[in-house]
Write a protein that binds this ligand. Structure first.
Ligand code: NAP
Length: 246
């Protein structure tokens, strides 16, 4: 019960990595807010999480929209007395080679992955500053560090998340807020299931541990960063990638 009596808001938690993070944090005793654009799917997860005996609600949020973010955090503070953990997990891909990339696909990926992380962090920091404590965990990606052909928008957004993590960690350390990132490699979710089998096989061969990660592998790193065990760590990125990038 490493997160007993703490509350966590996790964006994009209706499925995939965010869902695993929500379940893992609930198992450790945290109250959970599943904040997702897909409110129906988020509602289904609430039922599952309530079985752990913790408080759990679902809120509709579009992390790229300032009004939606402000409204979701307003609803959160009516339900929960404190916000101890924010996980900026909502993210999308719109892949293509740079010369063919549509401006709309650039904008959408940057708006959700980078601006969304900023908007949710800003709302959380207002609450956490008053508390003089809090943990923010930003889900970046291995491609922020390694680059990846076909993902100029996505890799730029995730590298931006790393820069934001370090700057906010420096700005708010004095308020007791720790801000770190997790950079997953190839994790088995809907986002990666869509890739052709040949690409998946090539990627597996490029991973020293020779297997894809599971959402639970990312969730374990998030629980560590949310817990007291990581209290002297801020402004860092933990790589969860089977050795794919060192
Ligand atoms: P996923 O299965 O596609 O889940 C993402 C969730 O975010 C979905 O429920 C999605 O709803 C929601 N979402 C999309 N746009 C949103 C918005 N504007 N506001 C709020 N919620 C929104 O993705 P995943 O694979 O679990 O990835 C989670 C995070 O890990 C992302 O940031 C991703 O970039 C990162 N990551 C993933 C991998 C990997 O291998 N899977 C590797 C490195 C990093 P809809 O389905 O309705 O759009």
């Amino acid at each position: 019960m490493r997160l007993k009596s703490l509350n966590a808001l996790i964006t994009g938690a209706a499925q995939g990595i965010g869902r695993s993070v929500a379940l893992a944090m609930a198992r450790e005793g945290a109250g959970i807010c599943i904040a997702d654009i897909n409110i129906d799917k988020a509602g289904e997860l609430v039922e599952e999480i309530l079985k752990y005996g913790v408080k759990c609600i679902a809120l509709k949020i579009d992390v790229s929209n300032q009004e939606s973010v402000a409204s979701a955090f307003g609803s959160f503070t009516k339900e929960f007395e404190r916000l101890d953990i924010l996980v900026n997990n909502a993210g999308i891909t719109r892949d293509s080679l740079a010369i063919r990339m549509k401006e709309d696909d650039w904008d959408l990926v940057l708006d959700i992955n980078l601006k969304g992380t900023f908007l949710c962090s800003r709302e959380s920091i207002k609450i956490m500053s008053k508390q003089r404590s809090g943990k923010i965990i930003n889900i970046s990606s291995v491609v922020a560090f390694s680059g990846n052909p076909g993902q100029v928008n996505y890799s730029a957004s995730k590298a931006g998340v790393i820069g934001m993590t370090k700057t906010l960690a420096k700005e708010y350390a004095a308020r007791g807020i720790r801000i770190n990132a997790v950079a997953p490699g190839f994790i088995q979710t809907a986002m990666t299931d869509a890739l052709p089998e040949k690409v998946k096989e090539e990627m597996k061969n490029a991973i020293p541990l020779r297997e894809f990660g599971l959402p639970e592998d990312v969730a374990n790193a998030c629980v560590f960063l949310a817990s007291k065990d990581s209290d002297y760590i801020t402004g860092q990125a933990i790589h969860v990638n089977g050795g794919m990038y060192m």
